[in-house]
Design a protein around this ligand. Structure first.
Ligand SMILES: O=C(O)CCC(=O)C(=O)O
Length: 248
């Protein structure tokens, strides 16, 4: 049976702000996701590039709508969506999803931020939101894996402003947080999943390695947190969940 968050996982997530699930996708599903992404020409149309302070570039394809592709089927899979509902304690809906392409040697860094630092300004009143990062490629310190601060979601939303060319959390606060809590490098194998709370502080280094670091990130909002005004992404709409035995 595919993964489904247990009561113990709900406790872990509440305490740490994240849940790492090795083998969230099996080998065949992981391969299908990777093959689809590498062949996906439509990505070139919708993609944007974000630069970091040193000129590194990450390609980002953000999608607000669902289709029948493997990315959408993952968003609609019970193992991710129903697990996220359990972790956040409310029914979730698709807020958006994105492919993050950190290419070898040029993939840029991300400054410390909380996703709710962004989503707050898109009309979401509560931080009852979360994401699931699905590794398409192996993510290591060398190719700029995610770095998180376990437990940092308990600080609540930090001020966000311009940090270099990006929107990031107030550097003074981040330094104070890092004096209290250790950071963790989230090294992942292809097919592993990381569920994380929208107030969890995270960042990543540039990819200076010869290996790509691609991922799919599925972002969810909760039914009780329908944006009071819609600046970006989606309002509440029931998510049509896929049965467990549907092919991804
Ligand atoms: O993939 C990364 O390195 C960072 C992604 C990220 O921070 C985000 O999508 O919020």
């Amino acid at each position: 049976m595919p993964f489904l968050a247990s009561d113990a996982d709900v406790e872990t997530f509440a305490r740490d702000g994240f849940l790492l699930v090795p083998g969230l996708l099996d080998a065949a599903e992981t391969e299908r996701l990777a093959v689809t992404a590498r062949r996906d020409r439509s990505m070139e149309q919708g993609a944007t590039t974000r630069s970091d302070a040193a000129g590194g570039k990450t390609i980002l394809a953000v999608r607000d709508s669902l289709s029948d592709d493997i990315y959408s089927r993952l968003v609609r899979s019970r193992r991710i969506a129903e697990s996220m509902s359990r972790l956040l304690g409310d029914e979730v809906y698709h807020y958006h999803h994105k492919l993050m392409l950190k290419e070898p040697r040029v993939g840029g860094a991300w400054e410390w931020h909380q996703d709710y630092g962004y989503w707050y300004s898109y009309g979401c009143l509560y931080p009852a939101m979360g994401s699931c990062y699905i590794a398409i490629d192996r993510a290591t310190q060398a190719n700029g894996c995610l770095q998180i601060v376990p437990g940092s979601h308990h600080f609540g939303r930090l001020e966000h402003g311009k940090v270099g060319g990006q929107t990031g959390a107030d550097p003074e606060r981040v330094a104070a947080v890092l004096n209290r809590l250790p950071l963790m490098y989230v090294e992942m194998q292809p097919g592993d999943g990381l569920f994380f709370h929208s107030n969890l502080l995270h960042r990543s280094d540039a990819n200076t390695s010869p290996d790509p670091r691609w991922s799919l990130i599925a972002c969810y909002n909760t039914r009780g947190n329908d944006p009071y005004e819609l600046k970006r992404h989606n309002r509440y709409q029931p998510l049509d969940l896929l049965p467990d035995d549907a092919q991804l």
